[in-house]
Every structure is written in structure tokens, then in C-alpha cells.
Design a protein around this ligand. Structure first.
Ligand SMILES: [Zn+2]
Length: 315
């Protein structure tokens, strides 16, 4: 039976009716209301009502940014949305005649890749989503890892540099400060500042007053040496982090999603090189696969829908 997946983002709420095979039957999207928490809940309720209208729907899953409790009901904390210990599942269940499950958005995207995308051939997957920040998801022995309080797998906030750059989370030296889209922009600007191989970056910055993510992506695609150096630096940090993650999680596959992952092998190659150089007991550890995510923009809604189906069958 079909299930509904909703993905609440900072700028838009996306939703879809999804089949058991992960296929999107109908989709919908609206801008995320900026007027408060109540309006976001109204928008989610309205979207679930539209998507389920006249259809047989088994369950609905809602993916939200932030910490979700282990019972998949309460949002402890969400960045950019004023939710603090918000009983989101109860608020939605009061208004909808459907089994509702709440999950973290990176977990939902990771689950979609594991079930239907780049991780589908494996039992143990670690996913890093390289967007503005760095999101994480872990599947171990076919199960989504959430931790004891539900707040686990926040891989972007694993510290890789003692007393390193300050992070939005309040700590210092997190992967997010060295392996995110925002970090790539910092590295590109630093290379432009020096000149030399950064002349392409410097020229574009001079022309438009600032470097955008689109500018850097275009320079990477055009083979600009400065932009490629920035991407290589980013990949090197990520590869070192993956080596540490392997020591703990031993995944068969690392999946990379998010906007920066469109760089494909140009991102994967330095990650893999740095991984092999930093792997503990290297030479004796079987090498995992390093692959780019396949579901891209649909992962959040597809994963949320499938997790809702799994929960509803287990409840
Ligand atoms: Zn952090």
C-alpha cells in the first residue's frame, strides 16, 4: 500500500505519495511558512490531506531537521524552526486519521538511498550529505542507527580538528567546517585571495563582487585549477573523516549526497585517496565502495514514506 512522505526544509516543504517500491505517484511542494511553528504544522496537515484525498494510504512519515526522540514523536530541537521539545507526532495525529511517524531528515534521506538508491546492494552503509552543512545517516546490519536518545548519526558534528574552526553547533573543529558546501566556498575564496592558480576564481569574484556556489560549480566543471584545488582539499578532509568512521562503523559503502556531490568522481577520488592514506591498519581492511547518491532531491520524501510504512507495520 502507498505511504506519504513529507520533508520539512528551511525554505520548502516537499511531500509525495510513494509506492512500496519507492516510486513517487504524486508530489507536492509549498514554501515553508516563516510566520511560526503553528503555520508549519497547518501546512503539513493540508499537504497530507491533499496527497491522501480519495486514496488508500497506509501511513505518513514526516522528516524534519534536528533531534527527534527515540520514540519518533517529539522534536527536541530544530535549527531554523522554533521547535523545542515539540510533540509533533501528537499535533499531527490529533488532526489526521493516519498513522504518523517523525524522523530526522538526514536519516530519511539515508534510508531512501539504502532501500532504493546507491546503498541498496549493501547491509552496512554510511552516508554523508554535503550540502550547505554536512548531514549523516548510518545503516548497520540493515537497520537505521539512531542512538540511545534518537540524536545519533550527526556525523557533520564529529570533531576532526582539535580547537579548529568554530561551528554553528557551538563546538569547534566539526567536519561541517571542513567538508561542507560552505567550507568549499571558504577554501575557494582563500585560493582566490592568494592569486596564482586561483586567478580563475579571483576573476569571477572580481566581476560579480562575490563567489557563489554556482560560480564554483561551473569553474569545477570547466576544469579550473583553483576550483579543483578547493574541491580536492574538501575531499581530503572528508576522506580522513571517513577513515575514522570506518574504524567505528566499518561500512561496506560510503554514499555522498547533497549539492556538492554533483562533482561526482572529482569529489570521490580525493576522498578515496585520503581514506586509504589514513585508514587504521591499512592494507588489512577490505576497501568499501565510495559512491554518489542516486535519489538526490527525492530522497527525503521517499525515505520518510518508507520509514512510516516500516514503523506502522511494527507498531
Ligand atoms: Zn558542529
Amino acid at each position: 500500500m502507498h505511504a506519504i512522505g513529507i520533508d520539512i526544509g528551511g525554505t520548502k516543504i516537499a511531500g509525495a505519495l510513494v509506492s512500496e517500491l519507492g516510486e513517487i505517484i504524486v508530489e507536492d511542494r509549498v514554501p515553508t511558512p516563516t510566520t511560526g511553528s503553528g503555520q508549519i504544522i497547518d501546512a503539513v496537515v493540508a499537504m497530507i490531506e491533499r496527497l491522501s484525498d480519495g486514496r488508500d494510504v497506509e501511513a505518513a512519515g514526516v522528516a524534519a531537521p534536528g533531534f527527534i526522540d527515540v520514540t519518533q514523536s517529539t522534536v527536541y530541537y530544530a535549527p531554523n524552526i522554533p521547535w523545542r521539545s515539540e510533540p509533533l507526532r501528537q499535533r499531527l495525529t490529533e488532526r489526521l486519521d493516519l498513522d504518523i511517524t517523525i524522523d530526522n531528515d538526514a536519516n530519511a534521506a539515508g534510508w531512501a538511498e539504502f532501500r532504493f538508491g546507491a546503498g541498496r546492494l549493501y547491509s552496512d552503509m554510511t552516508m554523508l550529505t554535503i550540502g550547505t552543512g554536512v548531514g549523516g545517516a548510518i545503516v548497520s546490519q540493515g537497520r537505521l542507527f539512531r542512538g540511545g536518545f534518537g540524536a545519533g548519526a550527526e556525523l557533520g558534528h564529529m570533531r576532526i580538528v582539535p580547537d579548529g574552526l568554530p561551528c554553528g553547533c557551538g563546538a569547534r573543529g566539526c567536519i561541517e567546517q571542513y567538508g561542507s558546501g560552505r567550507a568549499l566556498m571558504r577554501m575557494a575564496n582563500e585560493i582566490a585571495d592568494v592569486g596564482g592558480i586561483g586567478l580563475g576564481l579571483a576573476a569571477v569574484r572580481e566581476q560579480s563582487g562575490t563567489l557563489t556556489g554556482q560560480d564554483v560549480a561551473e569553474l569545477i566543471a570547466a576544469g579550473d585549477p583553483g576550483a579543483l584545488t578547493a574541491l580536492r582539499e574538501l575531499g581530503t578532509w572528508l576522506g580522513q573523516a571517513c577513515a575514522s568512521l570506518s574504524a567505528v562503523l566499518d561500512p561496506q559503502v560510503f554514499v555522498f549526497g547533497g549539492g556538492v556531490s554533483v562533482a561526482g568522481d572529482l569529489l570521490i577520488d580525493p576522498i578515496r585517496e585520503a581514506y586509504l592514506a589514513h585508514l587504521p591498519a591499512r592494507g588489512f581492511h577490505p576497501e568499501p565502495a565510495f559512491v554518489i547518491a542516486e535519489l538526490v532531491n527525492d530522497a527525503g520524501v521517499v525515505g520518510a514514506a518508507d520509514l512510516a510504512r516500516v514503523h506502522s507495520e511494527n507498531r
